[in-house]
Design a protein around this ligand. Structure first.
Ligand SMILES: NC(=O)c1ccc[n+]([C@@H]2O[C@H](COP(=O)([O-])OP(=O)(O)OC[C@H]3O[C@@H](n4cnc5c(N)ncnc54)[C@H](O)[C@@H]3O)[C@@H](O)[C@H]2O)c1
Ligand SMILES: [Zn+2]
Length: 364
């Protein structure tokens, strides 16, 4: 097992990474402060992992609640049901909320923990690769509003995160690839050596080799954690974690949040960001092509969906810009792989060239 410490002043905590953590009763019980535990999961994940977790929590008064599976249930209505459940089972301020599931369960449980009786202990067991390397690090919690994703929420750090790599064995291959998109992103934005390591060991990662998985999850969490530690509430540097995401958000919105997973949109978004970086002479064609090739090998899309043309994508990004109040900004490479910068003055004709390139992205 590996332990990664997140130094966030009074909100510091550990991330534990390894095989079999759900069955590690003494480790899981260490951070439980009272006598009550409330486990939030969904039927898909609970069928696989709730029983061993309950066994590990032997000795505590444990209640569990299964929210329906799906992004569309990450809502205030679900939070309201969960709070009703907590109250009816008499959970007091010393209770511990535990999330067992992917990012949807984690974001919802974290928000419940942040707000139930003004905040209770929160422990997180992320079970998708995306939630292990991304959503479980950094303390962003929240739910969607019908007018916008993640529009209601709070920054709330857990007491600990337990990443059991064994849970990835049951994850659908498509979800695994979606998580790999964020892993690749971490290499691009912070560590060229790590990018090359992922490139070299992609097959081992895709076949869930535990040693390689643990190394990748640890390095990715480290990279995200380092950025978060510098900018916990996202006022500056944390925006660099959004490499590929300006494009990805346009794709996701344009597709009506259906058909493409977030990680898939990030795959295409990173290739678009690489192409734009190259067109602006911010990186070599080789570096951009390396990104495209790795994204492709991870079984992720390397171009925007055919259903969305240049004008539609521009329009979607402009709307997003209005919402953000900061102008159209892109995280782009800054010279080479492993270094990125937030760029706000991108010439329109270059952006259009990128959006129109289609299958020929990152090619001369
Ligand atoms: N808080 C943050 O900083 C942050 C960052 C990135 C994404 N997010 C949020 O995370 C969510 C996406 O998370 P996700 O990609 O984990 O999706 P998800 O939680 O919907 O999980 C994907 C699917 O996999 C299933 N699943 C989960 N673990 C499994 C396992 N071990 N075996 C088999 N099936 C399993 C789930 O039931 C679900 O059907 C979005 O709501 C997004 O907004 C939050
Ligand atoms: Zn993302």
């Amino acid at each position: 097992m590996e332990t990664l410490h997140l130094p966030l002043k009074e909100n510091s905590y550990n991330i534990y990474i390894g095989s079999g953590l759900i069955r590690n009763s003494s480790l899981l019980q260490e951070q439980i402060t009272g006598s009550q535990v409330f486990v939030l999961s969904n039927p898909t994940v609970a069928a696989l992992y709730l029983e061993p977790l309950m066994e590990s929590l032997d000795g505590f008064k444990v209640d569990s609640f299964l929210m329906p599976d799906g992004e569309q249930y990450k809502t205030l209505a679900t939070v309201d049901r969960i709070v009703g459940e907590l109250l009816s089972k008499s959970h007091n301020r010393n209770t511990t909320v535990m999330a067992l599931g992917g990012g949807v369960v984690g974001d919802t449980a974290g928000f419940v923990a942040a707000s139930y009786q003004r905040g209770v202990n929160y422990l997180h067991l992320p079970t998708t690769l995306l939630s292990q390397v991304d959503s479980s690090v950094g303390g962003k919690t929240g739910v969607n509003h019908e007018s916008g994703k993640n529009m209601i929420g709070a920054f709330y750090q857990p007491g600990a995160v337990y990443i059991d790599t064994d849970t990835l064995r049951s994850l659908p291959a498509r979800e695994l690839s979606a998580g790999l998109a964020e892993v690749i992103k971490h290499g691009i934005l912070a560590d060229a050596k790590y990018f090359n390591w992922i490139d070299q060991h992609l097959e081992a990662l895709r076949s869930l080799d535990p040693a390689f998985l643990t190394t990748a999850i640890r390095r990715s969490c480290e990279i995200k954690a380092a950025v978060v530690a510098e900018d916990e509430k996202e006022t500056g540097r944390r925006a660099l974690l959004n490499f590929g995401h300006t494009f990805a958000h346009a794709i996701e919105t344009g597709m009506g949040y259906s058909g493409w997973l977030h990680g898939e949109a990030v795959g295409a978004g990173m290739v678009l960001a690489a192409d734009l970086s190259w067109r602006l002479r911010r990186c070599s064609l080789e570096a951009a092509a390396q990104i495209k090739s790795l994204v492709n090998r991870a079984n992720l899309p390397v171009a925007p969906p055919e259903a969305l043309d240049t004008e539609q994508l521009l329009d979607l990004m402009a709307k997003d810009k209005k919402a953000s109040d900061e102008g159209l900004r892109f995280v782009l490479l800054d010279g080479a792989l492993g270094v990125v910068q937030l760029v706000s003055d991108v010439p329109m004709e270059k952006l259009k060239e990128t959006l129109a390139a289609g299958e020929a992205l990152c090619e001369k």
